[in-house]
Write a protein that binds this ligand. Structure first.
Ligand code: NZQ
Ligand code: ZN
Length: 380
């Protein structure tokens, strides 16, 4: 196990009806800005619950944070927040609303353009932020990351600020999710765990088992959720898998990869593909191309998660990739670039972009433009 410092200050407020608690969590006298996406919260009762909880508080609303939130939209929110002297933010939505609000929270404390903050990669002077999560997937409700896009240049980069001070997780609010978003949320969570697990063997038995427990739970609940997405206990487990998958707990003292995500972000930036969908396509390719360096961990994954205990070494590695691909297909997702209309020109563009940025992703920093191209070639 490697040295690490761990601290996660986010207070989780979990369960049915818990949105009513938000007013207690926001200090009195705050000027609050509540941020939303495109309006799903108006049809599933979440908006009404938030309004009721804040009925005696001073708040304004900002609507329209889109999926893959753009700096162009967020600049407007920052301007509105500055005009109104906002000193507390409440993000109500999925990862996009929460991520976008993280940039707003930093932008309110910064005089220059918000895109500077994204390019800088980190900014820790922020206005405090609470969240009401409506889509389990990103873990943004309990981490300090955000991924921000710029439409103008088709760029999408990660940026780090502060953790939310609290996050409300009510599984009932997920009952209205469309099947596609559930599938993408499960795939995203699965790949978050794999990015922190499928690296070097023997770093920590405990982290391995924690990661495997999330993977196993997702595999177990996914088909049941497909049958009934309004089953409270199933959605509760899904929500906790997503939060635990990317809140730092399973990353303590172990190597992390993230190359599948970096390649996936490019596919979203260039083609607007949904985040979880990009990962379902790229991860099996990553496993196949990096199979030598990741061999020991792929074999462990194959054996413990999919029961692949017999057969030749090479066969077991390929079977582990196949099982992973089959799982994503069982969710109803595409697993090949050709299915989503992405061709060779995009592969070459991603290689070019990685080279231009001198990219070196992965646990050893060796996933360069050329390696990314080979991974994408394996996803055709
Ligand atoms: O905008 P509204 O109308 O609310 O609709 C949203 C949106 O269309 C809808 N939705 C959300 N909750 C709903 C609902 N519809 C019905 N019922 C509900 N309860 O779902 C759609 C997708 O929402 P979005 O927030 O875009 O999805 P997600 O949570 O998957 O977030 C994706 C973004 O997060 C980033 C991704 O790159 C992407 O930009 N990520 C953030 C990470 C982080 N902060 O740590 C890590 C991840 O790897 C990821 O990169
Ligand atoms: Zn992700």
């Amino acid at each position: 196990m490697k040295n690490f410092i761990f601290q996660n200050p986010t207070k989780l407020i979990f369960g049915k009806g818990m949105i009513a608690k938000i007013a207690e969590e926001i200090p009195s006298g705050k000027k609050i800005m509540v941020t939303f996406g495109g309006g799903s919260v108006k049809t599933n009762g979440v908006y009404d619950q938030v309004k009721e909880a804040l009925k005696d508080r001073d708040f304004i609303e900002f609507w329209g944070i889109e999926s893959n939130p753009t700096v162009e939209t967020l600049r407007k929110a920052i301007a509105l927040g500055k005009e109104n002297g906002v000193d507390f933010l409440l993000a109500v939505g999925g990862g996009s609303v929460i991520d976008g609000t993280k940039l707003i929270s930093a932008g309110l404390k910064y005089d220059g353009d918000a895109w500077d903050l994204v390019l800088r990669g980190a900014y820790s002077e922020t206005v405090p932020l609470g969240t009401v999560l409506t889509l389990p997937a990103t873990g943004s409700e309990m981490n300090s990351g955000a991924v921000i896009s710029r439409t103008e240049t088709k760029e999408k980069y990660a940026f780090y600020s502060k953790h939310p001070v609290f996050s409300v997780l009510d599984p009932e609010v997920t009952f209205s999710l469309p099947e596609k978003q559930i599938a993408c949320g499960i795939a995203d969570t699965f790949v978050h765990v794999m990015e922190q697990y499928l690296t070097k063997a023997g770093e920590s038995s405990l982290m391995d088992r924690w990661a495997e427990s999330i993977l196993k739970t997702l595999i177990e609940i996914a088909p049941k959720i497909k049958e009934d997405k309004t089953n409270y206990d199933l959605m509760a487990d899904f929500m906790m898998c997503a939060t635990m998958g990317l809140n730092g707990f399973i990353a303590m003292g172990v190597s992390q990869d993230w190359c599948t995500h970096m390649i996936g972000h490019e596919l979203t930036a260039l083609h607007g593909l949904t985040h979880g969908q990009t990962l379902a396509i790229v991860l099996p390719g990553t496993m196949r191309v990096l199979k030598e360096k990741k061999a020991q961990k792929i074999l462990q994954y194959g054996e413990r998660i999919w029961g692949l205990s017999t057969g030749l070494y090479e066969t077991k590695i390929e079977q582990a990739a196949e099982k992973t691909e089959e799982f994503f297909r069982s969710l109803g997702l595409a697993t090949r670039l050709s299915e989503v209309g992405v061709g060779e020109d995009t592969i070459l563009e991603i290689e070019r972009r990685f080279n231009e940025r001198h990219a070196g992703f992965g646990e050893d920093g060796d996933v360069t433009g050329e390696v990314a191209r080979r991974i994408l070639e394996a996803c055709k």
